[in-house]
Design a protein around this ligand. Structure first.
Ligand code: NAI
Ligand code: MG
Length: 361
């Protein structure tokens, strides 16, 4: 039995999370849903963006499906993003973003890459201050050997699985069931992204730690790429890359740029992963401009649900979801962001319908 927390959050999160949960219900695994709340509306009502009951509820689950939360554009005292807090509380130290070509206009062909982003430190420790009477702003950047090594280790473990996964769903399972065959097909390449030529201390440490881990995986090819050149090459020849590992800020930027390569916000999921927990979410936000109309694209969140299952080693179920999604993307119905006219539920029901076809084969 997998216990899955559902946290719809705000805006279209309230539409796409239930749609994705419907797909999970049909997948034929023993799942139990725990509905929890967080976000801006929760804050306005209770004074807490992340209530204690939500944290306690999450700790009783194996994973969570998170919609999106709205953030005010100005600073509101007492409010901070629940997702940032959750990453810390649940030690979700890796952010995994699979980017796979989709049969929709605007997606590049031949892309099947996985961005493995460090999720706990770098500039996102938010140690910012003003000096010089407010005329100088300073941010501290924290890179530790421990965090760099563990994110690199995750990248190499996942790269080791991808030779099996190549041509299917990018595998993000925890590796506990992994048996690596030395002679299996093409080896996935790991690209270590940094800027150690300029930031020789912080990025220097990230690079050194990642390359030390690489030495533990002599059968997996590795290369380094400076982040600016990586941005250029990822746009120019995304099909060249397999697994890309990066510090938090660079990984964040590359992840969103990468989402644009393969169909955009409505399609792309990510998973925040720790050793014990996985919190999957769509890349998009709460989309207040279309919230409440039932027209949001549920595909990113349905795929996020697939990432939960993949992480737990339920590869057949994860594959079934991805195949149904690709099939629906190929010949519709499609939501408006993809040029169609369908609503959220119609698309989710279509995915479910094709799941059944897959399962009865
Ligand atoms: P957004 O991703 O919510 O929306 C950007 C544009 O894409 C909008 O035009 C929206 O209608 C469209 N869009 C997004 N998801 C879609 C979907 N599933 N189907 C169809 N169209 C979709 O980003 P935006 O507008 O910058 O932010 C809105 C709110 O969301 C803000 O309060 C922001 O702070 C929050 N946000 C939350 C995130 C999270 O919870 N992880 C991530 C990004 C933004
Ligand atoms: Mg982002």
């Amino acid at each position: 039995m997998y216990r899955i927390a559902l946290i719809p959050g705000d805006g279209i999160g309230k539409e796409v999370v239930p749609a994705a949960a419907r797909v999970l219900e049909e997948i034929g695994l023993p799942l139990h849903f725990v509905e929890l709340e967080a976000g801006w509306e929760t804050f306005q009502r209770t004074g807490h963006a992340l209530p204690e009951e939500t944290v306690a509820g999450l700790k009783s689950c194996h994973g969570a499906l998170f919609g999106a939360v709205s953030s005010p554009s100005h600073r509101v005292p007492g409010y901070s993003s629940p997702i940032v807090a959750l990453r810390r509380i649940l030690d979700l130290y890796a952010n995994l973003r699979p980017l796979v070509s989709a049969p929709v206009p605007g997606s590049r062909p031949g892309v099947e890459l996985l961005i493995v982003r460090e999720n706990t430190e770098c500039l996102y420790v938010k140690r910012e201050r003003l000096e010089d009477n407010g005329d100088t702003a300073i941010a501290e950047r924290v890179i530790t050997r421990r965090a760099s090594e563990r994110i690199a280790r995750m990248a190499f473990v996942l790269a080791g699985q991808r030779q099996r996964a190549k041509g299917g769903v990018p595998s993000i399972d925890s590796g506990r069931r992994l048996s690596l065959s030395e002679e299996a097909g093409k080896r996935a390449l790991v690209t270590v992204v940094h800027k150690a030529n300029v930031l020789s201390v912080t990025d220097g440490l990230f690079r050194e730690a990642a390359l030390a881990v690489a030495a533990e995986f002599p059968h997996i090819p590795v290369e380094e790429q400076l982040v600016d050149s990586m941005a250029y090459r990822m746009i120019l020849e995304p099909e060249r890359y397999d697994v890309v590992v990066a510090p938090n800020l660079y990984g964040d930027i590359l992840s969103d740029a990468g989402a644009a390569l393969v169909g955009g916000l409505g399609l792309i999921p990510s998973a925040n992963v720790g050793d014990e927990f996985v919190l999957a979410e769509p890349v998009h936000g709460s989309a207040p401009d279309i919230a409440g109309q039932g027209i949001a694209n549920p595909i990113a969140t349905i795929r996020a649900a697939g990432l939960l299952l993949a992480r737990w080693g339920e590869s057949a179920a994860a594959q079934a979801i991805e195949q149904a999604v690709l099939s629906v993307l190929a010949d519709g119905p499609r939501t408006r962001d993809l040029g169609g006219t369908a609503g959220t539920e119609e698309v989710a029901e279509e995915v479910i319908g094709r799941l059944e076809i897959e399962a009865s084969r």
